[in-house]
Design a protein around this ligand. Structure first.
Ligand SMILES: Nc1ncnc2c1ncn2[C@@H]1O[C@H](COP(=O)(O)OP(=O)(O)O)[C@@H](O)[C@H]1O
Ligand SMILES: [Mg+2]
Length: 272
């Protein structure tokens, strides 16, 4: 077992020592006021995420995936509990937004440039880098995410899959070492799904730490080394994907997402 947060050494400098997890989350809770009281949307969540890991965070709608992402990115303060990034408590990590990139569920919400090229250049341009470095990073991201033909067109003309590639290119150009993706397969057709899978593979190849929030496990399971299940704000299971899926099937009666609904009898649970 990992030590509780209170045992963590007081540090202010970010460290890349292998024994310090990239993220250390301890007893994280988030409570919201409701009409007649309070609801705990995240309850005593504890987990470590190691550098270079590709983790799937799954769970039904409302299980707390997006809230946890927002806490990890420093966009939402927990009601109680602690998050450390490379051993440093989150509020003290000043450049967290440069280290941890977010792909929001709706890619339109993070597009700011008039053209694809300008949009990718926006992030590194805000980091005080020289024009030459911004240009070089932008070009490299355009190539890495296959957007060469789209560079000069307005982002609104892109397809859903291309918009997600654009958002990922912007994060890559900023040099984010960790990327959290919220429902990256939402509203995508098959080519769009392939496009996002190629983004995930490219980021893995670059050694980035990935956390992918999805309930569409079957699409991305093959690329993940770990599967964490959230249920009503708590961690229900956590481990190697195959082992977690077996437990889900045996203990919860959840259908294995690797199986397809190819025959009518596979859909018998619909009550048809
Ligand atoms: N600002 C808020 N006020 C009250 N409840 C909220 C707020 N934000 C999220 N919630 C609740 O927290 C739960 C988890 O939400 P969310 O993290 O968005 O779920 P998921 O991403 O797994 O679908 C949901 O029940 C949601 O209604
Ligand atoms: Mg969500």
């Amino acid at each position: 077992m990992s030590p509780p947060a209170s045992d963590a050494p007081p540090q202010t400098a970010l460290t890349s020592r292998a024994e310090v997890p990239l993220f250390r989350v301890r007893n994280l809770s988030r409570v919201f006021k409701t009409g007649d009281g309070e609801t705990a949307a995240l309850r005593r969540v504890s987990l470590d995420i190691a550098e270079g890991e590709c983790t799937l965070l799954a769970g039904s709608n409302g299980s707390g995936k997006t809230l946890l992402m927002r806490c990890l990115a420093g966009l939402l303060s927990p009601s109680s509990g602690d998050i450390f990034y490379r051993g440093v408590p989150l509020p003290l990590v000043k450049d967290l937004h440069r280290r941890v990139g977010l792909l929001f569920q709706d890619p339109d919400s993070q597009i700011v440039g008039e053209t694809v090229g300008e949009d990718i250049a926006f992030g590194p341009g805000n980091m005080g880098l020289s024009k030459a470095v911004v240009r070089e990073r932008t070009e490299s991201a355009v190539r890495a995410f296959g957007l060469q033909d789209k560079r000069d067109i307005p982002p609104r003309l892109l397809s859903g899959g291309e918009k997600r590639r654009l958002a990922a290119a912007g994060i890559a150009a900023m040099g984010c070492e960790t990327v959290i993706m919220d429902e990256p397969f939402a509203n995508l057709d098959y080519p769009g799904v392939l496009s996002v899978l190629s983004v995930i593979q490219s980021m893995k190849d670059e050694g980035k730490t990935l956390v992918i929030l999805t309930h569409e496990l079957e699409k991305v399971l093959a690329l993940a080394g770990r599967l964490v299940i959230l249920h009503r704000g708590t961690i229900q299971d956590d481990g190697k994907p195959e082992a977690v899926l077996e437990r889900l099937r045996d203990e919860w009666g959840v259908r294995d997402p690797r199986q397809s609904y190819a025959r009518a009898k596979d859909c018998s649970w619909l009550g048809a």
